[in-house]
Design a protein around this ligand. Structure first.
Ligand SMILES: [Zn+2]
Length: 162
């Protein structure tokens, strides 16, 4: 970074030196010119040869600064993405745990309504009913278990892909 700052400084010095040099009398032979004036003209000539290089460095410096700020923006956004992704993962883990508990409860809890899906009382079912009695609540619970299992399988598959 300091090298570019130095070059900016060099460009300013060059501009001042050029202004001074243009005011020097140049119609005398070199031997008549005071040594410091000759040195100044030589220095100005050398500096102006480097003017293009200095301008190029200034442009390069601007591009470096721009690239750095782009990188900083990208870096911050990458950190924010990572934080969001970690938070989502933690939430997912909690949801999966809750779903697993709900499924285990629905599967194992002694829940029965005593009513068949057809609306009749299970106790009163007989051959004449035309079907085996299925407890309405147990049936609904099994549907929920299937739905939860499908969701958990989807989550596991997504984890495998991610
Ligand atoms: Zn029935």
């Amino acid at each position: 970074m300091s090298i570019f700052t130095d070059n900016e400084e060099a460009a300013k010095i060059m501009a001042r030196a050029m202004a001074t040099a243009s005011g020097l009398r140049t119609d005398r032979p070199d031997e008549c010119i005071q040594p410091w004036m000759r040195d100044a003209r030589i220095a100005v000539a050398a500096i102006s040869e480097n003017a293009a290089a200095i301008a190029e460095l200034s442009e390069l410096r601007a591009r470096v600064v721009e690239a750095q700020s782009e990188r900083d923006v990208w870096h911050r956004s990458a950190h924010a993405d990572r934080a969001r992704s970690l938070a989502a993962e933690a939430q997912n883990a909690k949801l999966v745990e809750a779903l697993e508990k709900a499924r285990d409860f629905l599967k194992n809890a002694p829940i029965e309504s005593g009513y068949c899906c057809c609306g009749d009382i299970i106790e009163s079912h007989n051959i004449g009913s035309g079907h085996s009695p299925v407890d309405a609540v147990v049936y609904a619970a099994n549907q929920h278990v299937e739905s939860i299992d499908a969701t958990l399988a989807e989550i596991n598959a997504a984890k495998g892909n991610g």
